[in-house]
Design a protein around this ligand. Structure first.
Ligand SMILES: NC(=O)c1ccc[n+]([C@@H]2O[C@H](COP(=O)([O-])OP(=O)(O)OC[C@H]3O[C@@H](n4cnc5c(N)ncnc54)[C@H](O)[C@@H]3O)[C@@H](O)[C@H]2O)c1
Length: 229
């Protein structure tokens, strides 16, 4: 079978970097795209439609995109500024829309099938204080995934999402530094451990693989049982 190529946004760090590693291990040709991508990667600001076009043109024929780039900030609802709202929504939601749209256009031009996996979060369903903007962005990613899946189906493009729970990455480190947070999380998670970046990355690889060829429009929690309890 021909080697397939995937672009992973946010591929420099955390879950995105693990996606790059796991997908490469499964035989994919992988392009890591990020604001500061490092020597092997491609520069991409997911909020910029022109940057998506340039990145895809630069890396050549693509079969899949993993929309993993994301940010999380904290502010109570009454203090949340419009700028904080816009930063999170434009990265997490608009970036996912633009990446999905860019891949759809690219694949349609070539009349080829393909796949998208979007990075949601357990917070799409389970809200936490101080993150109304993040929670709203991730709930919208899940809704967007379903909408894109039904438009992608006739084109042979499957669109799914992964919803990680607490995963040990730079994004979580600030929270883990607060007294008692690690203990609270380990008690709250039914499997009693914080996830590793490879946990959601292996789910991404599965959803892009032929083993998932009848799966589209779903959001798969990878959360140690968080949403089940
Ligand atoms: N870590 C967790 O516990 C957790 C839980 C649920 C969901 N997630 C989601 O997983 C994804 C990855 O998070 P992570 O924990 O690996 O975080 P991380 O901070 O380690 O990595 C995020 C990456 O996204 C990149 N990025 C940010 N803004 C960008 C932009 N505008 N354009 C391109 N790249 C940009 C950053 O440079 C960074 O490399 C995010 O969407 C996050 O919301 C993480």
């Amino acid at each position: 079978m021909a080697v397939r190529k995937v672009l992973v946004s946010g591929g420099r760090s955390g879950i995105g970097a693990a996606c790059c590693e796991v997908l490469a291990g499964a035989g994919w040709q992988v392009v890591a795209a990020d604001l500061d991508p490092g020597p092997q990667g491609v520069t991409l600001d997911v909020r910029d439609p022109a940057a998506w076009t340039a990145a895809i043109d630069a890396v050549g024929p693509l079969d899949a995109v993993v929309n993993c780039a994301g940010i999380r900030t904290r502010a109570g609802l009454v203090d949340l500024t419009l700028d904080q709202w816009d930063q999170v929504v434009s990265t997490n939601l608009t970036g996912t829309f633009l990446g999905t749209q860019a891949l759809f256009r690219h694949l349609m031009d070539a009349a080829r099938p393909g796949g998208v996996v979007n990075m949601a979060s357990v917070n799409f369903q389970s809200a936490v204080p101080g993150q109304a903007h993040y929670v709203a962005s991730k709930a919208a990613v899940v809704a967007f995934t379903k909408a894109a899946a039904i438009e992608g189906a006739p084109l042979g493009i499957r669109v799914n999402a992964v919803a990680p729970g607490a995963i040990h990455t730079p994004m979580l480190e600030q929270r883990l530094a607060e007294p008692g947070q690690r203990e609270w999380l380990e008690e709250r998670i039914p499997l009693h451990r914080i996830g590793a970046p490879g946990d959601p990355a292996r789910a991404v690889e599965f959803l892009l693989s032929d083993a998932a060829s009848y799966i589209t429009g779903v959001t798969l929690p990878v959360d140690g049982g968080w949403l089940a309890s």
